[in-house]
Write a protein that binds this ligand. Structure first.
Ligand code: DGP
Length: 138
């Protein structure tokens, strides 16, 4: 899509350090990594957010995330990874991208970027669960 930064990386018009290149998915290093090796995986097709991702691209995209999550352990001796997708809010590039951030205990990343809250009580948690369950099954 014109004017999309990640489409331009996929097309090769904007340089990036490509780490994975398949018919459906491209992976490249994030230019502002949380930790070195932080990778972004994008569908080749311009898809704005996870909500628009078709079934046939879900396995290629998240399979690639799984492969990169495994590879960072070997490549960088990371103990694990943090895998995340921002959708609209905090999403600075409106082309779906899965972040894979190499993680190691004591690396200094705390709280996974966001503050935590609490349910007032178990009844409130049950109400949230019911509302979401009903929406998913409707
Ligand atoms: P998000 O905030 O979830 O939309 O993540 C977008 C990421 O894209 C952010 O971590 C920085 C990265 N990024 C922005 N511009 C470029 C670029 O030109 N090249 C590369 N490789 N990454 C970029």
């Amino acid at each position: 899509m014109a004017d999309c930064l990640f489409c331009s990386i996929i097309a090769g018009s904007t340089p990036a350090h490509i780490v994975l290149d398949t018919p459906e998915v491209v992976g490249f290093l994030d230019v502002r990594p949380v930790f070195k090796g932080h990778t972004l995986l994008v569908p080749r097709e311009h898809i704005p957010t996870l909500v628009e991702l078709p079934d046939e691209l879900s396995v290629p995209l998240f399979g690639a995330a799984r492969s990169v999550a495994a590879a960072v352990r070997t490549a960088y001796s990371a103990q694990g990874s943090f895998v995340a997708v921002n959708n609209v809010v905090s999403q600075s590039v409106p082309h779906l991208h899965v972040h894979v951030v190499p993680r190691t205990k004591g690396d200094g990343l705390r709280g996974f970027f966001w503050p935590r809250t609490k349910y007032a009580d178990d009844a409130e948690a049950a109400q949230y669960a019911t509302t979401l369950r009903d929406t998913l099954s409707s």
